[in-house]
Write a protein that binds this ligand. Structure first.
Ligand SMILES: Nc1nc2c(c(=O)[nH]1)N[C@H]1C(S)=C(S)[C@@H](COP(=O)(O)OP(=O)(O)OC[C@H]3O[C@@H](n4cnc5c(=O)[nH]c(N)nc54)[C@H](O)[C@@H]3O)O[C@H]1N2
Ligand SMILES: Nc1nc2c(c(=O)[nH]1)N[C@H]1C(S)=C(S)[C@@H](COP(=O)(O)OP(=O)(O)OC[C@H]3O[C@@H](n4cnc5c(=O)[nH]c(N)nc54)[C@H](O)[C@@H]3O)O[C@H]1N2
Ligand code: SF4
Ligand SMILES: [Mo]
Length: 726
């Protein structure tokens, strides 16, 4: 990598945010300030790891320290900007809570050990466990990252099928529905749309920077934006119309939208005739769902549903319903899969599939493979014990992701005996922490790879300190897909501050110590060069730019879907064969609050723009935002709150069938009366996280262990709580 040199003048112009990084101690200020005034600034293109968006950034380094970061304007995804979490999280590089060397549990304490000792002891223990219990007894679970291919290869080289991602807590219902309908997960052409409907997705809070920019640009060109959300979200602030839906009932709303479009013949007949299968079955089913029926369930007036269906149809095909992520149907409700199916079908009735201003198939880079240069290991010797995949227990579940929140159950049943948790914190991000703790504690060997002692790391037998993203090279990434495919790369901006390692280094060393090193006979650079081979771009040039366009430009027009029929499957023969409705059908949520009980609410939740999951609550600058604006509060509808004697700021006791906790309330008109809304970034209970510890509660404290019967996801909003003043 050739760093770009920048003059001091140009640099100082834009470096207002720098002060924070310098205030954390560890060095002599006078000599530092002299050196830093005089030293050159280098700019390293890399990727932000403050959340899964993995925005392309430039890291500025001076005097071997991170000075600041800014967005890389070349990236489709973040379009040159970064968010508060991105700004804040860089400071965690110097957070005193970071782990400085490998740790081994001795009794109730951790003892620092060398990497060599850690690798040797871990691999010896694994050898014995695998000898006694077979290859299926080991697992790896992680946040899905560009380097996951090496983790999967690691599990396969040990012949275990048990590689998992966090998908079952995030997106598996949504993905399955899009797969069954159009064959893959599409993107939203927000910028060119004339009518944008967003259900249960909040890109201005559950941040997607490019999407927010595109929504604003579309609005400037006259587009109408409708947000369907029980809560007046940050995105609702941008909208022309906010429809406060009763949570868990989006399916009824969508079925009624379809009903109107079919009844009034508003749909795109040409598209339906030429590019879909099963319209007749939908027509037969949909007569059951007139807007008057839906109004009673979703509490959006029938006349509003009719008007919106007409308005959208007027703008077709440049009208879209956002493809969704987590909030309304990623992994929330018993009916999430059907909701996402209905949403995909409504889009196809608008004839917007792969059209400007509609839903489109982004150009994604198909990375080169390690094979045949580096032959793949033989692979797993059995199927996944969580039951994903056909003929699995969860036929709509994603085999690649697995059902990660089943790991504690599989450990309690003695099927999984040892495992690695990488960039993932199930004790805090999985439902029912008592059960999760019991499961993970049952393991004979738990190894956690993390920069800090997260909840999960704090119960591990060994903790391997991960390098911070600004200290670590990583695998070529394809995250920035859009109208043109892009590849991007994370590369180290500074040397590790402590004795830490990257994921690639750790996996490679573990493999060597376990006798399967022949599958890791390559350096990261060699592997990255192979990934780039199909595009004819060099690793050098990618490292110099951070992001590079590869492949052709997206072209408008529907050609073929990746489905068995090659068409959009309004009715799915595969679903029918598996015993599910071929076309969406109304399905009530699993649980509902008791209408007669003034204390009974559905607990829903969501992201705030300045926190990522429960991962950044330990960042002092980001936590300062939460405190300053009093954001660690439970939202409750004002009129319902007053009925149970609550005032703004009161402390309540919230109780579900599995847990309880205390939290202050925020009274608001901006929330559907049937639910309370909890920000999802708090409730850390690891005492090693000194800023995050004991601040607020987490929805997982209240959510029982559930598995959606078709997809296997967590059903994260199927929980009823009792809320009472303390
Ligand atoms: N700041 C921040 N940004 C993030 C993340 C983060 O942790 N922090 N994480 C990233 C990840 S991994 C993800 S998955 C995405 C998630 O992004 P989103 O899917 O946008 O996330 P949420 O905030 O969970 O939910 C969005 C909205 O859904 C609403 N909602 C809840 N139940 C219902 C319902 O039944 N119907 C409807 N219509 N709405 C409902 C909530 O009130 C909330 O406003 O964000 C990504 N970006
Ligand atoms: N309480 C709560 N639970 C949730 C959510 C929530 O918002 N709140 N959101 C749900 C959703 S949408 C999702 S996607 C999942 C996400 O949940 P997880 O997959 O558990 O992800 P994070 O909570 O982001 O945790 C990431 C862990 O990785 C560590 N980490 C950060 N950077 C690195 C690195 O470079 N290397 C390594 N090895 N580790 C690193 C962090 O310190 C943290 O302990 O959680 C789901 N469950
Ligand atoms: S959205 Fe923010 S935290 Fe996430 S990758 Fe982008 S800049 Fe980083
Ligand atoms: Mo997520």
């Amino acid at each position: 990598m050739k760093p770009i040199k920048i003059s001091r003048r140009t640099f100082l112009k834009g470096s207002g945010v720098a002060a924070g990084a310098l205030s954390m101690g560890f060095f002599d200020f006078t000599s530092w300030s002299r050196e830093s005034m005089e030293g050159p600034v280098t700019r390293i293109p890399t990727i932000c790891n403050g959340c899964g968006n993995r925005c392309a950034i430039f890291a500025y380094v001076k005097n071997k320290r991170i000075w600041r970061i800014e967005g890389n304007p070349e990236a489709n995804g973040n379009q040159g900007v970064i968010c508060p979490k991105g700004h804040g999280y860089i400071h965690d590089l110097y957070n005193p809570n970071r782990i400085r060397s490998p740790l081994k549990r001795v009794g109730t304490k951790f003892q620092p050990i060398s990497w060599d000792q850690a690798y040797k002891e871990i691999s010896q223990k694994i050898n014995i466990i695998l000898m006694d219990n077979g290859p299926g007894s080991i697992f790896w679970v992680n946040y899905p990252m560009p380097n996951h291919a090496y983790a999967l290869r690691f599990m396969h080289s040990l012949a275990s099928p048990h590689y998992f991602t966090h998908g079952s807590t995030c997106y598996t219902a949504r993905n399955a529905a899009w797969n069954f309908t159009v064959g893959k997960l599409p993107s939203n052409d927000l910028v060119n749309s004339k009518y944008i409907m967003i259900l249960g997705r909040n890109p201005a809070g559950g941040i997607d920077l490019g999407q927010v920019k595109d929504i604003v640009k579309a609005k400037e060109k006259g587009a109408k934006v409708v947000v369907v959300d029980p809560r007046h979200s940050e995105t609702a602030i941008l909208a022309d119309e906010w429809l406060p839906i009763k949570p868990g009932t989006d399916l009824a709303f969508l079925l009624a939208m379809i009903n109107v479009m079919i009844d009034e013949k508003l749909y795109d007949k040409d598209f339906v005739e030429n590019h879909t299968v099963g319209f007749q079955q939908l027509e037969d089913e949909i007569i059951n769902y007139p807007p008057q029926w839906a109004e009673k369930i979703c509490e959006i007036p029938a006349k509003t549903i009719v008007r919106i269906a007409r308005e959208m149809a007027m703008q077709k095909p440049r009208a879209l319903l956002h493809r969704g992520y987590h909030g309304a149907f990623g992994a929330q409700y018993l009916n999430s899969f059907q909701t996402a199916r209905a949403l995909a079908i409504t889009n196809s009735l608008l004839g917007n599939i792969n059209r400007e201003g509609g839903i489109y198939f982004s150009e994604s880079a198909n990375l080169g493979e390690l094979q045949p240069t580096h032959p793949a290991p033989p692979g797993p010797s059995g199927s996944k014990a969580d039951g994903t995949g056909i003929p699995g227990r969860y036929p709509l579940g994603a085999y690649g992701d697995g059902i990660s929140h089943s790991i504690p159950e599989l450990a309690l049943r003695g099927i999984l005996k040892c495992g690695f948790v990488y960039h993932h914190n199930p004790l805090r991000t999985n439902p029912n922490p008592k059960r999760v703790i019991a499961g993970y504690k049952k393991l004979e060997l738990l190894v956690v790879i993390d920069p800090v002692l997260s909840e999960t790391a704090s119960i591990a037998h060994y903790v391997l300190p991960a390098s911070f993203y600004l200290e670590a090279d990583d695998a070529v990434d394809t995250k920035h897909s859009g109208k043109q495919a892009q590849v991007s790369i994370q590369q180290k901006a500074i040397e590790p501050v402590f004795d830490t390692r990257s994921a690639f280094q750790i996996i490679t060393e573990l493999a060597k110590h376990l006798g399967v090193g022949k599958y890791y006979n390559f350096t990261l650079d060699e592997a990255n060069a192979l990934r780039l081979k199909p595009f004819g771009v060099s690793l050098e040039s990618l490292k110099a730019k951070g992001v590079l366009p590869v492949g052709p430009q997206w072209k408008e027009g529907f050609v073929k879907a990746d489905t068995p029929s090659g068409k959009v499957e309004i009715a799915s023969a595969v679903l029918e064969k598996l015993g599910y409705p071929a076309v969406p059908r109304w399905e009530a949520p699993l649980v509902s609050p008791d209408d007669k009980d003034p204390h009974s609410f559905r607990l829903i939740h969501g992201k705030q723009a300045y926190h990522t999951h429960a991962m950044t609550a330990n960042q002092p600058y980001l936590m300062a935002i939460s405190r300053r604006y009093d954001m660690i509060r439970l939202w409750i509808n004002r009129s319902r709150a007053e009925k149970i004697g609550l005032k703004d700021g009161d402390v309540v006791q919230m109780k579900s069938m599995i847990g309880e906790g205390k939290i202050r309330v925020k009274l608001t008109e901006g929330l559907h009366p049937s639910c309370v809304w909890l920000p999802s970034g708090y409730g850390n209970f690891s005492k090693y996280l000194t800023t995050a510890y004991d601040q607020g509660v987490s929805y997982n404290d209240f959510l029982p262990t559930l598995f959606d019967p078709a997809v296997g996801h967590v059903m994260a909003s199927e929980v009823i709580v009792q809320v009472k003043k303390v």
